[in-house]
Write a protein that binds this ligand. Structure first.
Ligand code: TYC
Length: 99
């Protein structure tokens, strides 16, 4: 009947993609201003939001900068690490699956 059609449709539905949070880590050397600019540039935050995230990292040791598909999260991590290395700062960030 119509119930079995509904169940079959449900069974065919694909699982939602696993999402990844990009977490930035505190260190003692990277300038606050550099972190704010990086968060604005790569995580599409305005200056106020980027400053709040930077301060949370500074105070708590880490904070989530954004949540993305696996590929996009990996690209964000690469972009941050490249920018930090080019500027000579030890800034670290990682991506991790959520839920
Ligand atoms: N703790 C750094 C300082 O005092 C600032 C900082 C913030 C560094 C966030 C990294 O992800 C970071 N200059």
């Amino acid at each position: 009947g119509s119930d079995s059609v509904v169940l079959e449709r449900r069974a065919q539905r694909v699982a939602p993609p696993q999402m990844y949070q990009v977490v930035m880590l505190n260190d003692d050397y990277t300038p606050m201003e550099f972190v704010v600019v990086v968060i604005q540039e790569f995580f599409n935050k305005d200056r106020e939001a980027a400053t709040q995230i930077m301060l949370k990292i500074h105070l708590d040791g880490k904070a989530v900068c954004g949540v993305y598909s696996k590929d996009v999260a990996a690209t964000k991590v690469d972009q941050v690490l490249d920018a930090a290395r080019q500027a000579g700062h030890p800034l670290q960030c990682v991506s991790e699956p959520i839920e």
